[in-house]
Design a protein. Structure first.
Length: 327
């Protein structure tokens, strides 16, 4: 069927357990969120035009610029999307417009760049009726992530593609059924974080305290294994308790931040079953698990006074959609 418009979307993610210890071969559990990035791809003028909702200026690439994209040293997210488009459409002339809108905050560790890459692949696939497997979509998005982030773990592109719950261990991915509701409040502290620096600081601690760090990381791994069991059986109370223990250990390896820790305590006082930082720490986001989100408006109002962004969401089983359909 000939189309002039294609649509794709993909979710953001949070790491529920296993942040940092995953770098040392222990498991990490991550979930897709019902926050999504949406891309509409349409036939346009010669070259590539990218328009982002709420950004006054768009980005355009002429054919010459598209051909030269690989020679750049530092890539922006737009360069990585341009690269994806040239890989997906191997014709001499490209004439595409991408319209991007996203519910996922950027630069907050919630996987926004991977979601936009996956949604772009999906929109182009829809427009030209290209058939891809999820493996192919995830690995193309991984290449695009490497252009921007250097050495990503692969968690973000996998979640954006498959959705639901995924366990990562030693480079392997295992899918888990999301059978129970997981209501979450995510708070973006808006404190800039530097994943590379934090990962390096943990490596340094490990070098200085190998035995102690060895047992802390092993315990973090055990916590993640137990979290997986509780998630599968839907025991949210126990899952919350494990999240709190995990946060204690993340504090112990010095990757929290005074403001994040304060927020985590506030959330526990507001009735969270468990709360912890998510991702690299040192700023960025924290997550709090709730029994239900019935009181979330009141919680949001209180937290907004602290100058943070509050996102009320839940884990979602839905990964990439091509033309609003699963593949
Ligand atoms: O900074 P984020 O949210 O993308 O997460 C980094 C998670 C770490 O475990 C600290 C590092 C990694 O590569 O898994």
């Amino acid at each position: 069927m000939d189309k002039s418009v294609g649509y794709g979307s993909a979710p953001g993610k949070v790491i529920i357990s296993g942040d940092h210890s995953v770098v040392y071969g222990y498991p990490a559990l991550a979930t897709a969120l019902n926050l999504r990035c949406h891309v509409i791809a349409a036939l346009g003028e010669i070259g590539l035009e990218i328009a982002v909702e709420n950004m006054s200026e768009g980005y355009t690439y002429s054919m010459n610029e598209l051909e030269g994209i690989n020679q750049g040293k530092k890539f922006s997210i737009f360069d990585s999307l341009a690269m994806l488009v040239t890989t997906l459409i191997p014709t001499a002339e490209i004439a595409i417009k991408l319209d991007i809108s996203s519910e996922i905050p950027i630069s907050a560790g919630l996987g926004s760049s991977a979601a936009v890459a996956v949604a772009t692949i999906a929109a182009i696939a829809d427009l030209f009726d290209l058939k891809f497997t999820k493996e192919e979509i995830s690995s193309m998005a991984f290449e695009s992530e490497k252009m921007i982030h250097g050495n990503p773990s692969g968690i973000d592109n996998s979640i954006a593609t498959w959705g639901g719950l995924l366990v990562f261990e030693d480079g392997n991915i295992e899918k888990k059924e999301l059978t129970h509701k997981m209501p979450l409040i995510i708070i973006n502290s808006k404190i800039a974080r530097d994943t590379k620096r934090l990962v390096a600081s943990v490596a340094m601690l490990k070098e200085n305290h190998d035995r102690v760090m060895g047992s802390l990381l092993t315990t973090m791994g055990t916590i993640t294994q137990q979290v997986i069991i509780e998630v599968e059986s839907g025991n949210m109370k126990k899952m919350g308790e494990l999240m709190n223990m995990n946060q204690g250990l993340l504090e112990a390896i010095n990757v929290s931040h005074p403001f994040l820790s304060k927020l985590i305590w506030e959330l526990k006082e507001m009735g969270a079953l468990g709360a912890k930082l998510t991702g690299a720490g040192g700023g960025g986001c924290m997550i709090a698990l709730f029994e239900s989100l019935d009181n979330s408006d009141m919680i949001k109002a209180k937290l907004m006074k602290l100058g943070v962004d509050v996102i009320i969401t839940e884990a979602s089983p839905t990964g990439v959609l091509i033309g609003r359909k699963d593949i």
